[in-house]
Design a binder for this molecule. Structure first.
Ligand SMILES: *Cc1c(COP(=O)(O)O)cnc(C)c1O
Length: 432
């Protein structure tokens, strides 16, 4: 019953059982932590109503979508296919907001119209999208939201900043006059005003984001009744990292929204769209150590699941905690959160033919050794913090590795398979 870290109930014995039952590599998600994060968000302080939308691109497994929406969250979808997936998971369309880069034509346009008539909510993210949807929305009395590009953003890396002028998400402030002109000519009123400034934004930026959007609404959107501050609530994966203080951010937003009411007489409902914060730390990739090597520079430990399981180190230079457990789960050999057990240093490499297939990379893509306890071949190496943007964003068929299975570690301490491992036949079935 060795707890791997403070915030999760997942433990070494469950990890060994998952490896034995489903094979490695395998993703395991801690149900209790997901529910706790959902509760924390839905119970944050609020002024005149709150909707928490889970950004389903973080992890779109249907069991997780059910779990999270049953906990009271709505969804943020970033493509039409995500909307369809959520529908197949039993989520009502009126609980889904589509905020997408897609411009739907042909068959997709038809599908979008059907979904909108079934209650799907739509957030216009470009003038093109607005022009496409305007007539249909007006004719069917459907409200169109607007994603504003504020020109200011924040993320843990440049590639995750979605609000500054190096990125192209939303209708830029400088295009608002054109959006308003179109809306006025077509009888559209913007009631739902949205920004999303990036992933892992620091707390100070998130507060500025609240102020900025309320300012934008006061100056540009007289019909607004809902303000959506987007996602980007920061999660702490590694020791020494700080997570967003959700109750504190809620208090701040509440205060500012109440202040807005005093100034303008308008009561705004609030929405937020956390993805990372809901699932990231609930996810563990259980891999098996298959080899050990060394160079003149470093020791390497090689696992059977690397960049195809978690590509975030390669994409972003992200750091994830590493745990090592004896093959049978009876012993925790090392934990990222227990320096006393660190008597060895090694790069954690995967099995892909790619020097960047390492879990321990720096921001420049160099493999760096990580302190740990020395493992033996066959021991389990568990990568933490992989519940968001890992399974859903993985280049999984590279080197013809199959997509890994997903397992839920339930609140009752049981393991439940929620996605099977892909077979080689499935990998090849569309080839002609
Ligand atoms: C990705 C995304 C989110 C979630 O971002 P996190 O950093 O995972 O919280 C929220 N809203 C929109 C529109 C997004 O595209």
């Amino acid at each position: 019953m060795n707890i791997l870290n403070d915030f999760s109930k997942f433990n070494s014995e469950a990890a060994a059982l998952a490896a034995e039952t489903y094979g490695t590599p395998v993703y395991v998600y801690d149900e209790a932590l997901i529910l706790e994060r959902c509760r924390e968000c839905t119970e944050m302080p609020e002024a005149y109503g709150l909707i928490v939308r889970y950004a389903m691109k973080a992890n779109s497994n249907r069991t997780l979508l059910k779990l999270i929406t049953n906990a009271g969250l709505h969804l943020d979808a970033s493509s039409l296919n995500e909307v369809v997936r959520a529908g197949l998971a039993g989520v009502a369309y009126d609980k889904i907001m589509l905020t997408t880069q897609e411009v739907h034509t042909g068959e997709d346009r038809k599908k979008l119209e059907d979904l909108l008539l079934s209650g799907l909510r739509y957030n216009a993210c470009s003038l093109t999208q607005l022009h496409h949807i305007g007539g249909f929305a007006k004719a069917n009395n459907i409200d169109v939201g607007i994603r504003v590009h504020p020109g200011i953003g924040s993320g843990e890396s440049a590639t995750r900043n979605t609000g500054d002028d190096y990125s192209c998400f939303g209708i830029h402030l400088s295009d608002l006059p054109a959006a308003h002109k179109f809306a006025a000519e077509n009888g559209i009123k913007f009631k739902h005003i949205h920004v999303h400034i990036g992933s892992g934004a620091d707390t100070k930026m998130w507060r500025q984001n609240i102020d900025l959007l309320l300012d934008i609404i006061e100056n540009h959107f007289p019909d607004a009744d809902t303000v959506c501050f987007g996602g980007g609530l920061k999660e702490a994966r590694m020791p020494g990292e700080y997570a967003a203080d959700v109750p504190l951010l809620g208090s701040y937003a509440k205060m500012q929204i109440e202040d807005f009411y005093k100034k303008t007489g308008r009561k705004l409902k609030m929405e937020i769209e956390p993805g990372t914060y809901i699932t990231a730390n609930a996810g563990y990739a259980v891999t098996r150590l298959i080899d050990k090597k060394k160079t003149a520079r470093s020791n390497f430990v090689i696992t059977d699941g690397g960049m195809e399981i978690n590509s975030r180190p390669l994409l972003y230079g992200s750091k994830h905690p590493v745990y090592i457990v004896s093959y049978d789960g009876t012993r925790v050999i090392s934990s990222e959160f227990d320096e006393a057990k660190h008597d060895f240093e090694a790069v954690v490499a995967g099995k892909c033919c790619e020097s960047g297939d390492c879990q321990t990379l720096d921001m420049d893509g160099h493999a760096v050794a990580r302190a740990m306890g020395e493992p033996k071949v066959d021991d389990l190496l568990i990568i933490g913090g992989v519940g968001a943007y890992c399974s859903s964003m993985s280049p999984y068929n590279y080197n013809s590795h199959p997509q890994a299975p997903e397992v839920l570690f339930t609140t009752k301490g049981k393991l439940e398979l929620i996605r099977k491992r892909q077979t080689l036949e499935q990998m090849l079935e569309n080839e002609i």
